[in-house]
Design a protein around this ligand. Structure first.
Ligand code: SF4
Ligand code: SF4
Length: 274
């Protein structure tokens, strides 16, 4: 049986990305961890602080031993604190930066799960007191070049992660957009497939949440947000933001959160997708 070793490192995170994955219903997380995801291949999760039983020095030693052997994927959840030599985020007496630099150099590839590790997300928003940055930013500054995949979202849909990792295990490659997001999940604008698009096209806009119509005037960021939420839906295909009468907040874009607030204010559209 072939194993894909995964070291899952949580930096400046609310743990929402982990919780989203634990809520996966299309494939349960126990299947992800125990069964063959693709024929003949399983995931071997070496380190994940939220769900693992072990703690302390022992598990840090295991990460060190396993990472020395190489042949693993690094998953990063959360933004990386860099201010004052990174003292605001530490694990095992090392700063987040030190841990990421060390593991990234040895990993076969890196998956940034969630908007914080992908683009900085909420921790990077002004005034950003701990100098948070995305994983890609800190690696570029150190000139560390590795295959890196961003799976943004606040949180990301569990299918986006499971689909990406399955594709890597099957084909050993995945097509990405210019922001390093898998095209399979981030290839189309929310606006292209939104169930309220006919209202938008007819110019029927809701001015309060009680009114019928497109939510653009109420702050919907769907016209420039790439994700498949309208087609995939959330919680096992039950619902998604606009279907729940709530504007898309643009949580998969680098502008989230800094440039997307106030959430319920119209943002001018420069260019709308098809
Ligand atoms: S602006 Fe938002 S609510 Fe209106 S059609 Fe586009 S995605 Fe849907
Ligand atoms: S609809 Fe927009 S805000 Fe909601 S989950 Fe999808 S990308 Fe994020």
């Amino acid at each position: 049986m072939e194993k894909l070793k995964v070291i899952w490192f949580q930096a400046g995170t609310c743990t929402g990305c982990t919780i989203s994955l634990l809520n996966s219903s299309s494939i349960k997380v126990k299947n992800l961890l125990l069964d063959e995801i693709v024929p003949g291949k399983i995931i071997s999760l070496i380190f994940q602080s939220t769900i693992m039983a072990g703690s302390g020095e022992k598990v840090i030693e295991i990460v060190k031993e396993e990472s020395e052997k190489g042949n693993f994927f690094l998953v990063v959840e959360g933004a990386i604190s860099t201010k004052d030599e990174g003292i605001y985020g530490k694990i095992g007496e090392k700063t987040f930066c030190e841990v990421i630099f060390d593991l990234a150099k040895k990993a076969d590839g890196i998956i940034c799960l969630g908007s914080c590790s992908s683009f900085g997300g909420i921790p990077k928003a002004s005034p950003n007191p701990t100098g948070c940055k995305s994983v890609n930013e800190i690696l570029e500054e150190k000139n560390i070049k590795k295959m890196l995949i961003n799976i943004p979202g606040c949180p990301p849909h569990p299918d986006w992660f499971i689909g990406t990792i399955s594709k890597i295990m099957t084909l050993n490659r995945i097509e990405l957009d210019e922001l390093k997001r898998p095209i399979d999940f981030y290839g189309k604008l929310i606006h292209e497939n939104c169930l309220r698009r006919p209202f938008f096209d007819k110019g029927k806009f809701a001015k309060s949440f009680k009114e019928e119509g497109c939510l653009y005037l109420l702050g919907c960021k769907g016209p420039y947000t790439y994700a498949d939420c309208p087609l995939r839906e959330w919680n096992g295909g039950v619902n998604w933001c606009v279907k729940n009468n709530f504007p898309c907040l643009g949580c998969t874009e680098p502008e989230f959160i800094e440039k997307n607030i106030p959430f319920f204010k119209k943002k001018e559209i420069e260019k709308i997708g098809e």
